[in-house]
Design a protein. Structure first.
Length: 329
């Protein structure tokens, strides 16, 4: 296993098996998550993604967790709201439910350490700083460690009017040791749900300028940008996204060059060595890769673990070991 690959991909996938197209029920999704955690490539798995309204379904499945088990990390999806007022009221309910759930979990090795919510679509740009700062203050009341919040901004039609004010509002709520990030959606079940490369590049560049992290979800089952025959459109690759984010963070590649990284379809353009990854002359060492994962693009949500892993195996970036305990002799 190349060190560069290990640094780039450790805890990179937040498992979202509850969501389309997988859309498993809770017991199946959490079972798959726990199964993959114990597999040979379980080190790539990060958090289990669960809507706040389904935490009660998760509770009965936590009984088998033992105090000496590795901690299960959760990213809870907030309810959100179309207007600032609706968003605020929903957040109050979400916080109460997270407190109740955490209390019921007791001493089990479990942590709600991330919270995701879409910014209200009907909020004016001048209202966004207040929306975000109030939400961060409410989440800070959660103990013992407040979850890291990510606020979602759509990259579809009209994204140029949304990205800058959203990132600025999120940036204002960061500081004094508190980190807050931007969430983007890179695809969906239709071609119209796939944002442009320009929109994704602009989001990464804006986050770099504002010194806030970014996380992604949907449409990133495969490592490299490619044509999706079912959607009949080009779709994004997670290697493109994470290498691009690290290049923007660590060596400051300009937005036009970042756009080229995100458009890259040639596997050979990403040259992985033990301590480095190079894209068309731009070189990152493991420190730069780690900085990109920590400060630029942190993780991506995926309803599948098998597809990203199997593609990485096919590309020769992972050791060809059994990946499912059921396959082990």
């Amino acid at each position: 296993m190349l060190t560069s690959v290990r640094v780039l991909l450790t805890r990179v996938i937040d498992y979202a098996g509850l969501f389309p197209p997988a859309q498993l029920d809770m017991s199946e999704a959490f079972g798959e998550y726990m199964l993959h955690r114990g597999g040979a490539h379980g080190w790539m798995l990060g958090r289990f993604v669960c809507p706040v309204g389904r935490l009660a379904e998760l509770e009965p499945l936590l009984g088998d967790l033992q105090q000496d088990d590795d901690r299960v990390h959760l990213s809870v999806l907030g309810s959100g709201g179309e207007t600032p007022g609706a968003f605020s009221r929903a957040l109050e309910r979400d916080v109460r439910e997270i407190v109740r759930f955490a209390s019921s979990a007791g001493s089990r090795p479990l942590a709600v350490d991330q919270f995701e919510a879409p910014l209200p679509r009907q909020a004016r740009p001048d209202e966004l700083p207040g929306v975000v700062s109030d939400a961060v203050a409410a989440l800070d009341d959660l103990t013992p460690v407040p979850p890291l919040p990510f606020f979602e901004c759509s990259l579809l039609e009209g994204w140029r009017d949304r990205v800058k004010p959203s990132v600025e509002a999120i940036s204002e709520a960061s500081g004094d040791g508190r980190t807050t990030g931007l969430k983007i959606r890179c695809g969906g079940t239709t071609a119209s749900a796939v944002p442009s490369v320009a929109a994704v590049a602009a989001a990464i560049a804006a986050c770099r300028t504002a010194a806030i992290p970014l996380k992604a979800t949907q449409g990133l089952h495969h490592p490299l940008r490619h044509f999706d025959v079912q959607l009949e459109t080009m779709t994004h690759g997670f290697i493109n996204l994470f290498v691009g984010g690290a290049l923007a963070q660590s060596i400051g590649v300009p937005e036009d060059r970042l756009l080229e990284v995100l458009e890259e379809e040639d596997r050979s353009a990403f040259a992985f060595a033990d301590e480095t990854v190079t894209w068309r002359g731009h070189r990152l060492d493991t420190q730069g890769i780690a900085a990109g994962r920590r400060n630029a693009v942190t993780s991506f949500g995926s309803c599948s673990f098998d597809e990203p892993r199997d593609d990485l195996l096919e590309l020769g970036l992972l050791d060809p070991q059994p990946t499912d305990p059921r396959e082990t002799p």
